[in-house]
Every structure is written in structure tokens, then in C-alpha cells.
Design a protein around this ligand. Sequence first.
Ligand code: ADP
Ligand code: MG
Length: 225
Amino acid sequence: MDNVVEIKNVFKSYQLGSTEVYAIRGLSLNIRRGEFTALIGASGSGKTTLLNLVGSLDNADKGEILIENVSLKNLNENQKSFLRNEKIGFIFQSFNLVPVLNVFENVEVPLTIRKGLKDEERKARVLTALKDVGLEEFLHHRPDQLSGGQRQRVAIARALVTEPVLILADEPTANLDSKTAHHIIDLMLELNRKRNTTFFFCTHDEKLMSRVQRIIKIKDGALVD
Ligand code: ADP
Ligand code: MG
């Protein structure tokens, strides 16, 4: 079984003053290569916590997560940031673009720390990613000159440019109107098919789910059938 992600009985809680908030409670889940999986649940159900754990941005209290058969438990901070840059692309609700950089430069950022990548190849990869999201005519625009949907396309191109095995998207459409939101989902589905990139994306919007092959529901930090 070619699993890109294995989540094995993971627990995560936060200390909030004197109380402990249980965000993820004994959750297990596998994601296979090329799958497009939507994680859906109400606000506060644990979606962001789970995506952050899978993205190695945070550590589980108990249990284990493996990315392409490598346990995150066994990695130090340097190894984790290497893994993130090599294997994982992130897309966020609020786009997280660098305001002073233009579209091309924003997408280029994750490649600038790659050693041994020639200038021409880096540029070619940025252009390919921007073509894939339909923004080849906006290379010199700054984020504040773009619509919300265009900004999210830039963020998607930035996530794609390293050719990751896995893209994690945390409510990527929450700040968009519903028509634009559907276009962004369509684009992610198209990229999933075209590049066979594995997508794990979360949302609280049930309306977006009609075209997604695999839907997983989360409630109070655990999966619901
Ligand atoms: P979702 O993304 O589905 O809205 P979260 O993963 O953000 O859910 O939150 C899950 C639970 O963990 C919620 O009860 C939330 O209040 C709590 N939580 C999340 N982050 C923190 C934090 N940094 N400190 C304390 N509690 C947190
Ligand atoms: Mg969230």
C-alpha cells in the first residue's frame, strides 16, 4: 500500500490556563498517493491542529505520523524543515503571500533555499507553476493588485513549485466568494489529476464537497463514520 501519510492513534492537547483542551483524540488515518481527501468539520473540531501535525509544524503528544514511511518522531527540527521543503506544500486560508514581492518572486521563494538548482531551471519551474494556475500574465503584479481568487492561485503555485508529494490546504476557500471557491477547488482537482499530487484539504463548508472523491468527517478531534 503506497501511503503518503499514515496517522496512527494521534493525540494532541493544548494547555489553556489551568485547563487542558483536547484537540485531537486518538485519530488514525491513511492517505494514499494521488488521493484527493477533504477533511470536513465544524470550527474547533481539530482540522488545523491535524494539518499542522501532518505538516510537521507541531508535535503530537502521543501516537505517530509518517510521511512516505518516515516517522516525524525521529526527525530533528532541521530534518523537519528539510522534509517540509522537499515534500510538502502548504496553502492557507489567508494566502500568506509576501506583500513586497511580486507574483513571480512569491512563487520563487521555496526554491531559493534549494542548493544546486540552476537559475534557468528555477525560473522555468516558477513559470510552469504559474501557467498551471493560469497566472502567466500577472508575473509582475504585487499581491495587493490581485483579487482574492488570484492571490490564492499564487499561493497554490507556490505550493506546487517544489513538486511536493503532498499539499496541505487549510480552509483555502474560506476567504473567497462561493463562485471563486468552486474555481479554486476545480483547480486543485485538476492539478491533482494532472500531476498526481496528493491533496489533503480541510473546510467547514459542506457545499464544497460534492466533487471530492474522499470525504472524512471530524468532530471533537475524532473521525466520524
Ligand atoms: P479547527 O481548525 O477545526 O477550527 P482547531 O484545530 O483550530 O480546529 O482547534 C481544535 C481545538 O483546539 C479547539 O477547541 C481550539 O480552541 C483548540 N486550540 C487550537 N489551537 C490552540 C492553541 N494554540 N491553544 C489552545 N487551544 C487551542
Ligand atoms: Mg482551522
